[in-house]
Design a protein around this ligand. Structure first.
Ligand code: KIV
Ligand code: NA
Length: 277
């Protein structure tokens, strides 16, 4: 397929074609997602939790993100690849945000970066966009604010916070973001954000009323179940498939079944005879 670009995504929005988005953190999954035709791949800082076993996304560093984004880029040359900006790489100042987003773009060849935050982040988003770097906004449940939010909780469930989300969405769009991710808000709130938006809106756990959908790939594959949010639909159970294979391997080694002859190399009979002399 031709490379997915910002104009392609905008066109999909205008034609009412749903945009598909998943996370990926490494080469093999990126390859599979590219083959499956996923439009946008997010190298999310959720990798801190799904791949590194951290309790939150806060300890994830820019160097970690760059390394993982490089691997995803290799596996997914035509997907639109977005690199997540980790905690405190863009909050301190617009200058630092530009420098760090620039490293993700230049060193990992991603197509865009993603930043959490609404009104408060608008001037930073504008500065980064002005520096030639496309930005996806991210509002609603923003995991880097977990301490302020008091946990991984749905947002916008009362009228005042739903109104705040309307202002956030508007501010992010006006700052020049090319798209907006909305995480864990009730469907009526997402619907109103989408109705007012003129950039693609992607839903994560916020219902159908968006131009596209995102889920975390480890969640949909059943490959991470330390906790499973309400909005996750599991399309496979890799944990049990892998666990079965691992147990079988352990059993066969212990019982001397593995490796059977077919998994070993042969020697020519004359070489063997010479060797055994
Ligand atoms: O890091 C991530 O995967 C994300 C999604 C949860 C939106 O930011
Ligand atoms: Na993230």
């Amino acid at each position: 397929r031709p490379k997915v670009t910002i104009p392609v995504l905008r066109n999909m929005m205008e034609q009412g074609q749903k945009i598909t988005m998943l996370t990926a953190y490494d080469y093999p999954l990126a390859l599979l997602e590219e083959q499956a035709g996923v439009d946008i791949i997010l190298v999310g800082d959720s990798l801190g939790m799904t791949v590194y076993g951290m309790d939150s996304t806060l300890p994830v560093t820019l160097d970690m993100m760059i390394n993982h984004a490089k691997a995803v880029r290799k596996g997914a040359p035509t997907a639109f690849v977005i690199g997540d900006m980790p905690y405190m790489t863009y909050q301190v100042s617009p200058q630092e945000a530009i420098r760090n987003a620039g490293r993700l773009m230049a060193e990992a060849s991603v197509d865009a970066v993603k930043m959490e935050g609404g009104e408060e982040m608008a001037s930073t988003i504008k500065a980064v966009v002005d520096a030639t770097i496309p930005v996806m906004g991210h509002i609603g449940l923003t995991p880097q604010s977990i301490s302020q939010l008091g946990g991984f909780k749905a947002q916008g469930r009362d009228a005042a916070s739903a109104e705040k989300l309307m202002r956030d969405a508007k501010a992010v769009e006006e700052a020049g973001a090319f798209a907006l991710l909305v995480e864990a808000v009730p469907p009526p709130v997402l619907e109103e954000i989408t109705r007012r938006a003129s950039i693609p809106v992607i839903s994560l756990g916020s219902g159908k009323h968006a131009h596209g959908q995102l889920l975390i790939v480890h969640d949909i594959l059943g490959f991470f179940d330390r906790f499973v949010p309400k909005f996750v639909k599991q399309y496979a159970n890799l944990n049990s498939t892998i666990q079965e294979a691992l147990k079988q391997y352990v059993k066969e080694v212990r019982e001397g079944i593995f490796p059977e002859d077919q998994y070993t190399y042969s020697m020519k009979p004359e070489e063997l005879a010479e060797f055994k002399k």
